[in-house]
Design a binder for this molecule. Structure first.
Ligand code: 6R9
Length: 646
């Protein structure tokens, strides 16, 4: 096993000052309802809730029954009212150097109020849907909060998605408004964005039936006037910016749908995951405070995600702002203009808490430690990881090189569907282990079971299930309650458990290892091998920067393991290296896990959220036509991979 038995306890200093305590686990276990009620009181309620959880119509949950709140007020106004209006909420950093904006909580309140006033003025009412298709500009967060303020349900569509992807999401949600920008910066160059909206929304008979208005923020000064539809299209600068900064908010029911976020399933069209207001914000606020050990007025938080995926929703827009945090939002890519950009930002803004994905860390490893070493990163005190299992090799590099052996790493397992962190170490309260998400957070209950729902012994792989409801849980799939039940609740219907779709195991010390999607668990000659375990073994070799592994159909063994690897700059490709890599896997895991095929490739296909699209690699490995590539950052990567493979 590529599994470090070494445990990393927190430093005494960190532990002494940590927000979280070990006692929280017991307290939550003893009375989960009371524990969650206590967490909900982190928020300002216009009307207090009467009941913590109503699970009588499971799996349709109601949390904080009878309570009313305004999410935007909780994220913005209440901090201003508490005298923190001059605190910076957002250090916004544009991709072009020196294109920056600092936005205080007072300013944010004015901006959100203006946007809310405009959206109300065009007739939108609570419950209407608004699509947001924007790059990482402050107006994206402002637009989300303006929707929340009015009880409009937003649906953010990642600005890297195609026009077709946008259209299907707009139609499914019947969005009345689309908020976008003229263009966006991509690796130093401006690229059009409004054009994609025009293409998506169509004209004449083909026009998206629900859309009444398109609001365009000026970002790149692209000539967005080209296809301007009079009556439909307006500039943000001419409309929102003209509004009054005063807006009186209304409170909404705790269960009011705050947003939809589309996520792709294994089959079929994307699902619009529905999130609530009170429960979602409670979990966001609670986890941010404890998992990121947030110290108000002192920390500078930076989550490198895009708002187009759930990490950006929860840990850029809602959780930091609900906690009155100061955060960095960066518009650009990590190598624009060069590979120093992230480290320059950490240094310049004194970032204390940095939250990114394993793929980013492996990319930094590939670029070499000289780059971070050239910067003063001593402001950092906590590091986070999210999105996929982090291989121990990358964990240790993150710990040593970025964290200078000083910063706890929180490996946070959660999903679009869970709303916020679910399995992660509480820093300062428990030790960490490279590659393990450690244990469910206080208030969260998970188990690892076989097909029939029996707990599997420690050390063995099983299915990860959540056996108790939690406040941030999805409330459904937009417009499709049957699919909601079928996708998440049918596998263990008898027990009433949520099936997460991930494989996991507990190790001998009781630490939980998430092994990736169960569809990523391969079956080779009857042996269950996780793609991420083989990837970890490959990446542990000094020549390998990044690896992706898929199970390809094999006549004799059921599945055969096919690996795609990116080499370190200094490595020499060739048969000898391939033999070494196979040997490495054989030694690290077992000869059964030895890849049938190792392809050395220049790049891997990834979504903007940093996930390797194994489904597509599988298509290549099995010699099929490629499936849907619409969610890829750079679909041309395939040409390069195919060229190498053939
Ligand atoms: C937040 C987010 C969810 C899937 C999830 C799992 C994988 C996320 C992980 C992790 C191992 C972690 N995943 N975090 N696997 N360790 N710390 O990523 O949401 O885009 O919905 O993906 O990502 O497979 O089921 P989402």
């Amino acid at each position: 096993m590529t599994e470090a038995s070494k445990v990393y306890p927190p430093s005494k200093e960190f532990a002494d000052n940590a927000n979280a305590t070990i006692e929280m686990y017991q307290r939550a276990e003893a009375d989960p309802d009371e524990f969650w009620a206590e967490q909900a009181r982190r928020l300002d309620w216009a009307k207090p809730f009467e009941q913590v959880l109503d699970w009588s119509n499971a799996p349709f949950a109601k949390w904080f029954v009878g309570g009313e709140l305004n999410v935007a007020v909780n994220c913005v106004d209440r901090h201003v009212a508490a005298g923190k209006g001059d605190r910076v909420a957002i250090h916004w950093i544009g991709e072009p150097i020196d294109d920056t904006r600092d936005i205080t909580y007072s300013q944010l309140k004015d901006e959100v109020s203006r946007a809310a006033n405009y959206l109300a003025s065009i007739g939108l009412v609570a419950g209407d849907r608004v699509a947001i298709y924007m790059p990482m500009v402050p107006e994206a967060v402002i637009a989300m909060l303006a929707c929340a303020r009015l009880g409009l349900t937003h649906s953010v569509v990642f600005a890297g998605f195609s026009a077709a992807a946008l259209r299907s999401r707009v139609d499914d949600a019947e969005a009345k408004v689309v908020i976008t920008t003229d263009g966006q910066f991509r690796r130093g160059k401006p690229a059009p964005l409004k054009e994609a909206v025009d293409e998506a929304l169509g004209t004449g008979d083909d026009a998206a039936p629900s859309v009444e208005k398109v609001i365009v923020v000026r970002r790149t000064n692209h000539d967005a006037n080209l296809n301007w539809v009079h009556g439909r299209d307006v500039w943000w600068e001419d409309t929102v910016a003209e509004q009054s900064p005063e807006h009186t908010p209304e409170a909404f029911d705790a269960e009011h749908p705050l947003f939809l976020l589309y996520t792709s399933g294994t089959t079929g069209k994307p699902k619009g995951i529905v999130h609530s207001s009170g429960g979602y914000l409670t979990q966001a606020a609670y986890t941010f405070h404890n998992v990121f050990d947030h110290k108000e007025g002192r920390d500078v938080f930076w989550c490198t995600a895009d708002i187009g995926w759930v990490t950006g929703h929860t840990y850029i827009t809602y959780a930091p702002l609900a906690n009155g945090a100061t955060q960095v939002i960066y518009e650009g890519t990590p190598n624009s203009p060069d590979e120093h950009r992230h480290f320059q930002i950490i240094e310049k803004y004194g970032v204390t808490t940095y939250y990114t994905a394993p793929t980013m860390i492996r990319t930094f490893m590939k670029w070499g430690r000289e780059i971070p070493d050239a910067h003063d990163l001593s402001s950092l005190r906590l590091l986070g990881s999210v999105g996929e299992p982090i291989n121990p090799e990358a964990w240790r590099w993150y710990y040593d090189v970025i964290g200078a052996n000083r910063c706890p790493i929180v490996d946070t397992w959660w999903q679009t569907e869970t709303g916020g962190h679910m399995i992660a170490p509480l820093p300062g309260a428990i030790a960490t282990k490279p590659g393990s998400a450690m244990r469910p957070l206080p208030g969260i209950s998970a188990s690892i079971v076989d097909d029939k729902g029996n707990s599997v012994p420690d050390g063995e792989q099983g299915y990860l299930v959540l056996d108790r409801p939690w406040p941030g849980m999805l409330r459904g799939i937009w417009g499709d309650p049957e699919r909601f039940k079928e996708t998440y609740w049918s596998r263990f219907a008898e027990q009433g458990w949520y099936f997460a779709g991930d494989g996991a195991r507990y190790d001998e010390d009781g630490a939980l290892w998430v092994l990736g999607r169960v569809d990523d668990v391969m079956n080779v000659s009857g042996h269950r091998i996780s793609t991420s375990e083989v990837e970890s073994a490959l990446v542990a070799h000094a020549a390998v920067a990044e690896a992706a592994v898929v199970g390809a159909a094999d006549e004799t063994t059921g599945q055969g393991i096919v690996a795609f690897v990116i080499l370190m700059e200094h490595a020499t490709p060739g048969d000898e290296l391939v033999a070494e890599l196979r040997q490495q896997v054989s030694v690290d895991i077992s000869p059964i896990a030895k890849p049938r095929e190792i392809n050395i490739v220049p790049e891997l296909p990834k979504t903007r959220s940093g996930k390797i699209m194994r489904r597509l690699l599988k298509d290549i490995a099995e010699g099929r036509e490629l499936g849907d590539t619409s969610t890829l950052v750079d679909p041309t990567v395939f040409e390069a991979i195919r060229a190498k493979k053939n």
